[in-house]
Design a protein around this ligand. Structure first.
Ligand code: ADP
Length: 254
């Protein structure tokens, strides 16, 4: 028997299937239909694991698109799922910073993994993965190319707080011949500063884990760590911690 946890995000839909012995993971773009993405995820997870749908005892869903998917036995908040997933991987963690496609969150947990308090920015694209995606497109790049293309020694401060104005600002900088590598370092610094400020307002404690798709980006890792003055722990499966948490809740309650 197995359980499935889905994290139907604004950008990427992630799924984890767990049974007694193994764990299977799958990810695909959410696209315009969170429901279709979730159905495709389940199909792919069953395919990878070789299990029939009847072998899945429970399927729990989290993430921005969870309400659009009627196939879940239960939906759980992202805050609870990220906390559960990270705590299972690294019980020493006391603060989680998650930067996804559409929001960023800071979550404090206690020694039992229970959420104590949290802060969230879901009102503004600055300080999220969306900001980096828009800027990468403006520079003719894919977001996954940014981290290797930066040069911190040439960092150019990006002054605009708003994503739309920041896009115009970098187009202007490029037109003036400013090196892309310095602009990219400035973009990473902008995200790092914004999220670190939210962390400072809530208060962060070590061990501090950094999760979400943006945690893959070494440049944001660097600036966030510098701004907060602490080392960050990046789980190997940093983009899957919400889906893992949902699967673990499903297993617990099965
Ligand atoms: P959501 O749950 O909102 O869909 P994710 O946690 O999956 O968000 O993160 C999506 C974000 O992660 C994207 O907006 C992008 O900025 C970033 N991202 C995804 N893949 C990569 C990659 N390979 N390298 C760098 N950044 C990435």
């Amino acid at each position: 028997m197995a359980e499935i946890g889905l994290d139907i995000g604004s950008t990427a839909a992630k799924g984890v299937l767990i049974n007694d012995r193994e764990q299977f993971r799958f990810m695909l773009p959410t696209g315009w239909s969170p429901r279709a993405a979730a159905e495709s995820l389940v199909h792919n997870l069953l395919d990878c694991s070789g299990l029939e749908r009847t072998r899945v005892r429970r399927l729990y869903a989290t993430g921005y698109g969870r309400a659009a998917f009627s196939g879940a036995d239960k939906t759980i908040t992202e805050i609870k799922c990220h906390a559960r997933g990270v705590f299972a991987l690294h019980p020493e963690v006391r603060t989680i910073i998650d930067i996804g496609g559409q929001d960023s969150k800071v979550i404090n947990i206690n020694e039992k993994g229970k959420v104590i308090d949290f802060a969230m920015n879901d009102k503004c694209a600055a300080g999220t993965g969306r900001f980096l995606q828009v800027m990468a497109t403006a520079m003719g790049m894919d977001v996954s190319e940014l981290s290797n293309a930066e040069d911190p020694a040439l960092t150019v401060a990006i002054n605009s707080m708003c994503t739309v104005f920041a896009e115009s600002e970098i187009i202007g900088l490029l037109a003036n011949g400013t090196p892309k590598s310095g602009i990219i370092a400035g973009l990473h610094q902008s995200v790092g500063k914004r999220v670190a400020a939210m962390g400072r307002r809530l208060g962060v404690r070590e061990t501090l884990a950094f999760t979400g798709g943006v945690a893959i980006n070494n440049g944001v890792q660097r600036t966030l760590s510098q701004e907060l003055g602490v080392n960050l722990l990046i789980p190997d499966i940093c983009q899957y911690t919400g889906a893992l948490g949902a699967a673990l809740y499903a297993a617990e309650e099965a």
